[in-house]
Design a protein around this ligand. Structure first.
Ligand code: SAH
Length: 392
């Protein structure tokens, strides 16, 4: 084993570790033995010195240790390669109908702190923790060996890195630079993706199946795609025969790409750069109505402190959507905030429907695509909640 020291847990704090939860918070630790620097590998033992697991440590984070393995093994090139190969193999078995997929979903693939998405021949890698950051070259080698990708783009620019004491790092990490607008195919539809500075790793891969599902309800309908980003739900809706598709986003840049994405698929749509809350209020005041509305806002909640304000935001936008829907209309409403539980989100949408004076039934509960799996021993990996509602 190539560990630098040992983390001894407090009494009765070993149960989550024994049950496979990959995080150890500062409060569970009695002491750290040995010369351990942040990012180093540590053995984790119970208060009675029973070996439990191996992980990497960071004293700058409330999550002191993230666990990599529950066996006595060496964390070397072979380890990373076999973990990565296993994650990639699990994706292959899903038979995903897209060239943009998540290959590695951090903790859910027992690779805490590491996100890797594949876009055609390129990989985009996010190192979210120090333990991954200091090993990124070794991990990049393993990724290339397993996938044979033409290049790896690093997008370590997520704000969570601050909690680890890390700054933002972006750029081509390995191989060739990708085209400025790389084309991917999702359920037969083409999308341009900007890997260098698009949101997240470039595309909201997690909404793939929800886009196709909602599209099935759009033939002949007037569709309002709110928080459209590069047009994902809108392109799918238009391709499925929507009568009209209005895409709304506050960013002009992403709407330009949305427009090109419609063109790529020989579809037409409308693109409006506006604050969603203001525009929907304006539509309501004008008496404008739609048959299908998609609400896919950005993460409103980053910490417990934001929760109340965010809940109000979710309620307001859902209330407006209910008010804008025609009789028997459809609302597809999402929250990607991990801190908002499915239960709480449903309560928020309930509050909105009451205030709107409408009736609605949930026709389907939606979630993240299967390449973003939820590890049973790490329920925190469940973050995307959606409700597909029929409204009258
Ligand atoms: N549905 C999209 C992803 C949406 S991401 C897809 O399938 O790809 C959320 C989007 O909301 C981002 O593009 C962001 O620019 C936009 N946004 C954030 N705040 C907004 C606001 N107040 N009004 C309109 N758009 C907003």
């Amino acid at each position: 084993m190539n560990t630098s020291g040992t983390v001894v847990l407090k009494k009765k704090k070993d149960k989550p570790v024994r049950q496979g939860h990959p995080w150890i918070f500062s409060g569970a630790i009695a002491r750290v033995e040995g010369e351990v620097r942040n990012g180093d590998l540590v053995r984790v033992v119970s208060a009675k010195n029973h070996p439990l697991a191996i992980g990497y440590l960071n004293n700058n984070s409330q999550i002191r240790v993230r666990l990599l393995t529950w066996q006595a093994e060496t964390i070397d090139d072979t380890f990373w390669q076999s973990r990565i190969a296993a994650a990639v193999e699990r994706r292959r078995r899903l038979n995903i109908d897209a060239t943009a997929t998540r290959l590695i979903f951090g903790e859910a693939d027992q690779l805490p702190g590491l996100i890797v998405d594949q876009y055609g021949d390129w990989l985009v890698m996010q190192c979210l923790t120090l333990g991954i950051d200091v090993r990124k070259e070794q991990i990049a080698d393993a990724l290339l060996a397993v996938t044979g990708a033409r290049g790896i783009v690093e997008r370590s620019d997520a704000s969570v890195r601050r909690k680890e004491g890390l700054r933002k790092v972006t750029g081509v990490l390995r191989g060739e630079a990708p085209p400025a607008e790389l084309e991917v195919v999702e359920h037969g539809l083409r999308f341009g993706v900007n890997l260098a500075d698009g949101h997240k790793t470039g595309f909201y891969v997690d909404q793939r199946d929800n886009r196709a599902l909602v599209a099935k309800l759009c033939a002949g309908k007037d569709v309002l795609n709110v928080f459209s980003y590069t047009g994902g739900f809108g392109v799918h809706a238009a391709a499925a025969g929507a009568k009209s598709v209005v895409n709304v986003d506050s960013s002009v840049e992403v709407l330009d790409l949305a427009e090109r994405n419609f063109e790529r698929n020989e579809l037409t749509g409308e693109f409006i750069a506006a604050d969603a809350f203001e525009l929907l209020r304006h539509y309501r005041d004008e008496g404008q109505q739609f048959d299908v509305i998609v609400l896919d806002p950005p993460k409103f909640v980053n910490s417990q402190r934001d929760l109340k304000r965010a809940a109000r935001g979710y309620k307001d936008i859902n209330l407006l959507a209910f008010q804008l829907l025609r009789e028997n209309g459809v609302l597809a409403t999402f929250s990607c905030s991990g801190l908002v539980s499915a239960d709480l989100y449903q309560k928020i949408v309930f509050g909105a429907v009451i205030d709107s004076g409408r009736n609605a039934q949930i026709i389907q509960q939606l979630t993240q695509a299967p390449d973003h799996p939820v590890l049973l021993t790490f329920p925190e990996s469940f973050y995307l909640k959606g409700l597909l509602c029929r409204v009258w």
